[in-house]
Write a protein that binds this ligand. Structure first.
Ligand code: SF4
Length: 216
């Protein structure tokens, strides 16, 4: 299955109750289908539901600005959400809705094959890490999964609602840029390993972080 075919298969998805709770349309995702970096938020809000694209409201504008600060453009990355339909009144997604929609996010990741998946906020982070961890504990750190790295960040909407989170969110993106730069250096070094002058955020340190978090 291609990404387009997956998107088409969800066009009128009725698999969870959000289909009947006032959504305008399914908001599948947008961006480069071969992106190395993917961003995953919680679910569509009002403007996303209206326009059929993730992160197009105020949070989307802030995300665009933050992407730029990390040396990325919106067309270069892929942006999606854990759930594809807007919950009524922007309420949190319910567990059965996440359970029903999550396989489609996993399929998106499998088809796009990103090297880094940046989760925005608690919902996306907990869904993909499959752990009940608070975003404040894991933000700005890299976690090696089997096929890609998860890099949790604060959610732009949270920073818009709580002004004191704006600077921490910018700090998260500075850390993301440092991580991507170190990763790029490691990939281009002749040995395939990072040089000594470029302390790595990959490999040992990443796995160490994962061990600290999960206690394994
Ligand atoms: S949220 Fe996901 S599972 Fe539920 S109706 Fe929308 S696309 Fe289907």
């Amino acid at each position: 299955m291609t990404l387009e075919e997956l998107s088409a298969s969800l066009y009128n998805c009725q698999r969870c109750k959000l289909a009947k709770l006032g959504r305008t349309q399914v908001v599948f995702g947008v961006g480069n289908p071969h992106a190395e970096i993917m961003f995953v938020g919680e679910g569509p809000g009002y403007y996303e539901d209206q326009q059929g694209e993730p992160f197009v409201g105020a949070a989307g504008k802030l995300l665009n600005e933050l992407l730029q600060s990390a040396g990325l453009s919106r067309s270069q990355v892929y942006i999606a959400n854990v759930i594809k339909c807007r919950p009524p009144n922007n309420r949190d997604p319910e567990p059965d809705e996440v359970d029903t929609c999550k396989p489609f996010l996993l399929q998106q990741i499998e088809l796009i094959k990103p090297k880094v998946v940046c989760t925005l906020g608690n919902w996306a982070t907990q869904t993909l890490l499959e752990k009940k961890v608070g975003i404040t504990k894991v933000r700005g750190k890299a976690f090696n999964l089997k096929d890609f790295v998860i890099f949790p960040l604060l959610h732009p909407a949270a920073a818009l609602h709580q002004g004191n989170l704006q600077e921490p969110l910018r700090e998260d993106f500075r850390k993301l840029k440092a991580f991507l730069d170190a990763r790029s250096t490691a990939e281009t070094s002749p040995s395939g390993l990072p040089s000594e002058s470029q302390p790595t955020l990959q490999g040992q340190q990443v796995q160490q972080t994962q061990m600290d978090l999960f206690g394994s």
